[in-house]
Ligand binder design. Structure first.
Ligand SMILES: Cc1cc2nc3c(=O)[nH]c(=O)nc-3n(C[C@H](O)[C@H](O)[C@H](O)COP(=O)(O)OP(=O)(O)OC[C@H]3O[C@@H](n4cnc5c(N)ncnc54)[C@H](O)[C@@H]3O)c2cc1C
Length: 306
């Protein structure tokens, strides 16, 4: 219930104005977001890489409505990739891209062209791109664009969401040699017709999908903070004899950092998803919806500013 309310608020421009302009928001945002500028992203990436983590960087912004905005997002990624290569942070750091930020909602061809330019720049920088997955109305279009991009850039990563009923079948499709697939639970509010609704059903689906990916020929990227699912991932790595260079764990910046360090200490590859940029509202609201306990953190920040 609370999750639905927060996700509804994430679509309200009125609530967005309230939260975005509130002075306390900065402290809350800082926990989950590297900062507003490309330099902030580079600084945090350097710190994480020095701690033995791999990184995927997300320039915040989604639901772009004009071609100019979409091209500006593309250009930000091109500049970021150049700077990462110059700082010798590739291949440890790659980028995560939302097609909606590249124009997918109004011009699929433009989104593809922009994504292609980013893949080419990543390739030149010696690293990779992963296409984030958004709400279910975009899944087919995103997987179509992924298939086209993979013709020239086969290492382009996919994201599949365990809460969608279709995902087991998508995992079978994508568990082929060289195919990088991030498996997450899914962060959007989806109807029962397309998505499992209870946490238990989502977790069971995650395990079925994880089994398909870990027993397949691709490169699974297990994106979760859930202790039980991480333990199952470790178990399947042993069972399917997957060495740490043949799969990875992924977690979000600011969430369970001690667990990220523990897994690195165990010799696993762990990639931290690092968002940066001004447009943090939708991202922050999804993080609050995932764990309403984070609202207490938010409330403390408000109280401490009174
Ligand atoms: C690297 C990465 C990339 C992702 N990419 C996508 C994507 O492209 N598309 C998409 O729909 N979703 C994406 N997600 C989000 C994902 O779908 C989930 O919404 C999110 O990871 C929470 O699910 P969980 O597996 O951690 O399990 P949960 O059951 O939500 O959490 C398990 C435990 O993890 C901790 N935890 C989880 N979330 C938080 C939080 N916000 N704050 C503090 N502690 C927390 C808590 O201890 C909690 O008990 C991504 C997640 C990660 C880690």
């Amino acid at each position: 219930m609370l999750r639905s309310v927060i996700l509804a608020a994430s679509r309200s421009s009125r609530v967005e104005r309230l939260v975005a302009t509130a002075p306390f928001s900065r402290d809350v945002v800082r926990r989950f977001v590297a900062g507003a500028k490309t330099d902030d992203a580079l600084r945090v990436t350097r710190e994480l890489v020095d701690d033995g983590l791999a990184v995927t960087l997300d320039h915040l912004g989604e639901d772009t409505v004009t071609p100019e905005q979409a091209r500006a997002t593309r250009d930000e990624y091109l500049a970021l990739l150049r700077m990462l290569a110059e700082a010798r942070l590739t291949p440890a750091a790659e980028v995560s891209v939302k097609l909606s930020a590249l124009g997918q909602a109004f011009d699929e061809q433009l989104a593809y062209d922009n994504a292609r330019a980013i893949c080419a720049a990543a390739d030149a920088a010696g690293t990779t791109v992963t296409l984030d997955m958004e709400d279910h109305t975009t899944t087919d279009s995103t997987l179509d664009i992924l298939a086209k991009l993979r013709k020239d850039f086969p290492s382009t990563g996919a994201v599949l969401q365990a809460y969608l009923r279709r995902t087991e079948s998508d995992c079978r499709e994508l568990a082929s040699a060289g195919s990088r697939v991030r498996l997450c639970k899914g962060a959007y509010k989806e109807p029962e017709s397309v998505a499992h609704q209870s946490a238990r059903d989502v977790d069971k689906s995650y395990v079925r999908c994880l089994n398909i990916l870990m027993s397949g020929d691709g490169y699974p990227m297990l994106a979760t903070h859930d202790p039980r699912l991480i333990a199952i991932g470790e178990d399947r790595a042993r069972w399917f004899d997957r060495s740490p260079d043949r799969f990875e764990f992924q977690m979000l910046y600011g969430i369970r950092p001690e667990e990220q360090a523990r897994l690195v200490g165990e010799g696993y590859t762990v990639r931290t998803y690092v968002p940066y940029g001004d447009d943090w509202y939708g991202y922050l609201m999804r993080r609050l919806a995932e764990r309403p306990a984070n609202l207490a953190f938010f409330a403390r920040a408000v109280a401490s500013r009174k």
